[in-house]
Design a protein around this ligand. Structure first.
Ligand SMILES: Cc1cc2nc3c(=O)[nH]c(=O)nc-3n(C[C@H](O)[C@H](O)[C@H](O)COP(=O)(O)OP(=O)(O)OC[C@H]3O[C@@H](n4cnc5c(N)ncnc54)[C@H](O)[C@@H]3O)c2cc1C
Length: 284
């Protein structure tokens, strides 16, 4: 289907873009989700404001508080960045799981998190990484934790006129291991269930565990029951299995044409156990 008529603007600077966004004008990044939605008439912006051509938002740089990933860094940029591969490998691994080559070449981290598809991959990893989101609108900037950003399916903490400017992820030490495991929907690659785990082992015991889950419910979330059950343990197989089974505690799982709620719950425990075991294997 052809979208309704809309205007297109390619601003020269971030400030110019921020003056335009809002009141019927939506940001356009990779267009991997927005363009299909416009064709299906699920989104009908009067104007799209192209962020993807802005140099101001396309960077990956290390700072004292972590690695700053500009909103228009593509999934391929993230997957292939030496800084991210070396210092926050869980994020690079997750980017490599997204869609196919074309999607990874065009889709952006800012577009993915702003779209907040309940089956998207990044949100699981960004929850486990306790990432921060820098949100910007004309004349104001604020920082929101991943735990407070994803509110529901396709719903985030973004306010009208606000964009994701960058995502900040931690620089990991060698005692910390991470892993992302997902059961994918074979046609699109989206997660039926995806689990990101980040674990630190100190003196033979798990001293920190962070578990982010996507695909299972309306939005990605931290599985804190699993985290608490792991911390202080050695990470023996029986301990991993017992902790992983807690991922579905107090959970209303999604049910759709791809998987029933019962099947998603079954998969969630299995993929949690696999991600924990793999993350533990990557701790020094
Ligand atoms: C065939 C196919 C397979 C896919 N498979 C996967 C998969 O396996 N896993 C996965 O996670 N994703 C998958 N995706 C989605 C893909 O990752 C997209 O990159 C992502 O959903 C949107 O990113 P985008 O840069 O294309 O954003 P766009 O489509 O340009 O924008 C998406 C939405 O975000 C808004 N937006 C864009 N940038 C910003 C910003 N900086 N700040 C605020 N709002 C913004 C737009 O206005 C729009 O509402 C797939 C997509 C396709 C088409």
């Amino acid at each position: 289907m052809i979208p309704q008529t809309f205007a297109y603007t390619a601003p020269k600077s971030l400030e110019e873009a921020l003056q335009l966004i809002g009141d019927g004008a939506k940001p356009l990044a990779g267009g991997m989700s927005l363009i299909p939605m416009m064709k299906l008439r699920l989104a009908n912006p009067e104007r799209v404001v192209d962020l993807a051509r802005l140099k101001d938002l396309n960077y990956i740089r290390e700072a004292s508080d972590g690695i700053h990933v500009g909103a228009t860094a593509t999934h391929h940029d993230v997957e292939s960045s030496a800084a991210i591969r070396g210092k926050c490998p869980l994020l690079a691994e997750t980017a490599a799981h997204i869609g196919d080559v074309q999607v990874r070449n065009l889709g952006t981290i800012g577009g993915s998190v702003a779209h907040a598809d309940p089956a998207a991959d990044y949100p699981a990893a960004l929850q486990a990484l306790e990432a921060k989101f820098v949100l910007r609108k004309a004349g104001a900037e604020r920082t929101v934790a991943a735990a407070d950003f994803f509110l529901d399916a396709f719903t985030t903490a973004l306010e009208p006129g606000e964009i994701v400017k960058e995502v900040i992820v931690p620089v990991e030490d060698s005692a910390t291991g991470g892993s992302y495991k997902k059961m994918l929907q074979p046609a699109s690659g989206f997660a039926i269930v995806g689990v990101a785990v980040r674990i630190r082992r100190t003196g033979g015991k798990i001293s920190m565990a962070r578990v982010g889950v996507t695909g299972l419910s309306g939005h990605a979330f931290r599985a804190t029951h699993v985290e608490k059950a792991l911390e202080g343990r050695a990470g023996l197989p029986a301990e991993i299995e017992a902790a992983s089974n807690l991922v579905i505690q107090n959970m209303d799982a999604n049910s759709d044409i791809h998987a029933s709620a019962a099947y998603r719950k079954h998969l969630a425990a299995i993929y949690t156990a696999r991600a924990i075991a793999a993350a533990l294997g990557r701790t020094a």
